[in-house]
Design a protein around this ligand. Structure first.
Ligand SMILES: [Zn+2]
Length: 264
């Protein structure tokens, strides 16, 4: 009996450690830090211009990322979905890569080009700014402990038609995390991506998908994640928008306060 009890307590200790080791923390706007075991990935977290509408990381936070201070120590990878200033800053990401000599950044060609434009010593980081040629199919990137699948999507809104946007599906040894960037809510494109077969653990989705029945159905039918997190929420978003999210996607977690986190 004693043995059984200690086996059970060891099991629950292991379980709670495992659960707490799979964590996503909200930085600002669409920016998150995802940690699974020893692997830490920053997605759309490295920017400083909220366009007057969106929460931005504090400058002390950006400094901590560059200096590799906890929780940003030993970063595995930085991802940038697209070259809009509320998702990425070329100057800051250049500094991050220059200081962290082993860190790679995976992003769109437009992101990489804009880093090259602002950075004098771009050559020193060039081989760690990775991208994929524009194509409609998934492309894959591997490094120790994780695989990233990336596919292009149209950016939401007609005025953003020329902006390249990548959808990232990060697989941490079986735990799968999806980040849509600002991907257009296009069921035909999602139909091609076949995300519903991936058994995604957490999906970070722009909040506007969740403010209509139609958008919520796109998430349910074409993404089908176990947890859905609403991101890209304006600082002064209305109670009406919040009510709609609660109506159409009642189980969604809403990331609107810096430092919020979920486990998965
Ligand atoms: Zn955008």
């Amino acid at each position: 009996m004693q043995l059984l009890r200690s086996t059970f307590s060891a099991f629950f200790f292991f379980l709670s450690f495992t659960l707490s080791a799979q964590k996503a923390t909200y930085i600002a706007n669409s920016g998150v830090l995802v940690q699974v075991g020893q692997n830490k990935v920053l997605i759309d977290a490295f920017f400083e211009d909220g366009r007057g509408k969106f929460l931005t990381p504090q400058s002390s936070q950006l400094d901590a990322m560059v200096a590799g201070r906890p929780p940003y120590n030993n970063l595995s990878l930085a991802l940038a979905t697209h070259a809009h200033p509320d998702h990425f800053s070329p100057t800051q990401i250049g500094k991050l890569l220059f200081t962290n000599k082993k860190l790679n950044c995976l992003a769109t060609p437009q992101v990489v080009d804009s880093i090259e434009v602002v950075m004098d010593n771009f050559e020193s980081i060039h081989d760690r700014t990775l991208t994929f040629p524009l194509s409609r199919s998934w492309k894959s990137y591997d490094q120790e402990g994780l695989t990233v699948k990336a596919a292009y999507a149209k950016h939401a809104g007609k005025s953003n038609a020329r902006i390249q946007d990548l959808i990232f599906l990060v697989n941490f040894n079986g735990k799968k995390v999806l980040h849509l960037g600002d991907a257009n809510m296009d069921p035909d494109r999602f139909e091609e991506l076949k995300l519903e077969y991936e058994e995604i653990d957490v999906a970070f989705v722009p909040f506007w998908y969740m403010t209509s029945f139609y958008g919520a159905e796109v998430i349910r039918q074409h993404i089908g994640a176990k947890k859905v997190v609403a991101i890209h929420i304006p600082e002064n978003y209305s109670q009406q928008s919040l009510d709609k999210i609660k109506k159409f996607m009642p189980n969604a977690v809403i990331f609107d306060k810096a430092g919020q986190s979920i486990t998965f």
